[in-house]
Design a binder for this molecule. Structure first.
Ligand SMILES: [Zn+2]
Ligand SMILES: [Zn+2]
Length: 90
């Protein structure tokens, strides 16, 4: 049965690989390698879109790190102010 599989986009061509994501068969021309796996072009496009979103997620992590860093700076600032008040009152 597998030998009779045809490319989803080229019915005249024998399938060379099966996309693990959408389970459709494709010829060599319609698949591309991604992370050591063969993906059809449609799933590859979807995956690279999702990875672009993942990149934005990392931007959010960077923002969170910046916020925490800012919090630490504010905390040190208030420690310093607290110490000044403590020195002024004692
Ligand atoms: Zn696919
Ligand atoms: Zn094809």
């Amino acid at each position: 049965m597998i030998a009779l599989a045809r490319c989803q986009r080229h019915p005249g061509r024998e399938a060379a690989a099966r996309c693990p994501s959408c389970q459709q068969s494709f010829c060599r021309e319609c698949v591309t390698e991604h992370d050591g796996r063969m993906l059809c072009l449609a799933c590859f496009a979807k995956r690279s879109q999702r990875e672009a979103v993942g990149g934005a997620g990392w931007g959010r992590v960077g923002w969170a790190v910046g916020a925490v860093g800012g919090g630490v700076v504010a905390w040190l600032f208030f420690l310093g102010v607290g110490e000044l008040i403590w020195r002024a009152t004692s």
